[in-house]
Structures are given as structure tokens and as C-alpha cells.
Design a protein around this ligand. Sequence first.
Ligand SMILES: [Zn+2]
Length: 323
Amino acid sequence: MRPGIETIRACGGLHRFIGWDRALLTDSGGFQVWSLGELRKISEEGTEFRSHVDGSLRFLSPEVSMEVQAALGSDIVMVFDECAPGKAPHDEARRSMELTARWARRSRDRFDELQRVEADTGRTLVEGLSGAQALFGIVQGATHLDLRRESLERNLEIGFDGYAIGGLSVGEEKSVMWDVVAEIAPLVPADRPRYLMGVGTPEDLLEGVVRGVDMFDCVLPTRNGRNGQAFTSRGKLNIKNTQWGSDLRPLDETCCCSVCRRHSRAYLRHLYLSGEMLSRISLTHHNLAFFLDTMRRVRQSIRSGKFTQFRREFTEMFNSGVE
Ligand SMILES: [Zn+2]
């Protein structure tokens, strides 16, 4: 909706527009349209919805979504899917999963056409890489394991560069979510990335990795940062609490991010209570550094064969509480 795809195209793609020359993943809009609730209408062809910006009627389909993501020029493109509610009964989840499978085929076909004519914007040639976009499929089926397995099979038949597990973390029990992940992740070929969409807390990341997940995405580090919550090696810290009023220690004494090297809890609390954006920006910056560092440590521990030990130590420390 904003600033509009023509602007991004005119600016040479998303990488150039935002000044980021590393990997970018874009979602297809399927989940975002689903989250509009009443404002959308789904048919075989695609989804009609009202713009939250100006109320105008818009249309998204697998083809439109592939065209938009080609214009953005992201490195990883997601297929256009339909997300069933977390607690959808079997028949509703089946209907949704089958629609998603047909949309995955259409996404693949349109994506391949666009790649053949090199339609993606801002394609950059890096040595050893073609610069072409990658397309990931999405496994749906709500909490029903038989539907999840069938969804994965249909995705594998089409063939994708990576496979995502979608439609989780949308209101179902956590234990149910982990049952689905434990069932599906090991069935994805080992040479393809496994991506768990919309997850999660630092502890969730470790739970996902245990079950074979490689990639995650989540709003937690940024949204919670904006709301005054910092993630630290000793758990969550609420910057609004009175106890930090004159505390000159950084958010996390073991963190090397630029915020922790420079600013105290007392100052960040003062900025937050004064309504200064800098506090929310600083907490967001720290939280992102903490999540990235956690995943870096996960990869290191896997390489050295010590993931189990790392997971135990990390969890113990994370649950010890900020003092
Ligand atoms: Zn930090």
C-alpha cells in the first residue's frame, strides 16, 4: 500500500530503497490479508480486501503477489497462501489447505515466468551466485497432522528452494504447535531450509532448532522493544520499572551492542517515561542484537557438537531473572 510498488520499482528495488545489500525475505501478503478479518473476501481466484490506508478495494492473487515480490526484488519470495485459524476444524482446514496447494502451483508458475525474463528489480550479481530470487513453499493444515503431511507432500511435488511451516502461533496451544513442527520438519529434505513462520521467543527458537528448524521470523524483538521490554541473557527486563531509576548498568551486562556499551538502564528508563522515541529505538536495537547473537551462538554450538549443553546453559541463565 505504501509507498506503492511503482515507487519501489523506480528506486531500483527494495535493497537500494532501504539501503540494505544483504538478504531480504518478503511475505506474500496471504497472512497479512488473513489478519484483516472481516475486511476480506476469499475466492478461488484470490483475495479481495479493503486497503487500511484509504479504504479502496484491492485484489491479491498468487500471480499479483509474485509480480509485487519480483518488483521488490527480495532474495526469498514466499508463495501466496491462505491461513486457516489455529483452531479450524478438519473440514475447514482441509478446504483451506487444498486452496493453498492450488495457489502454490500458480505461484510457482508465475514466479518461473518472471524469473525467465529476469523481471525482478535490482537483481545484483554476486560472484558465485546468479542473483536470481528463491521461492519458498508454505505448509498449512492447521493443527491436523494428516493435513500437514499431505500439504508438505503437495509442496514437495511442486518443488521449492525452501519449505516454511505456516499457520502456527495463531491462537493454538503451544504444545500443539510443537507437535506439528516435530512431525513436519524432519520430513523436509535436509538440503532445503526449514522455516518456522511467526516464531518466537528466545526459548521458542531453541525449541524449534531442536526439532530441525533453520529459520524464523517474528515481531517480538521490535514490538516488545517499542513497548519497553528488553530481552537479556537473564530474561526479560521492563524498562518502566522503578527499580532501574538510578541503575547505571547496561540492559545486559554480557551484551556487546552499541546501546549496552553506551547507555544505562536509568537513562533508557528516563527517556522512555519522557516519551522519547530514542528509548524505544535503543531497546529495539538491543533486542535485535540479542536475538541475532543467540542464533549465532546456536550455530556455533551445533558446529562444535555442543548444542544440548548450550541449550541447557542458555535456558538456565534466561530463567534466572534480571536483578
Ligand atoms: Zn545490548
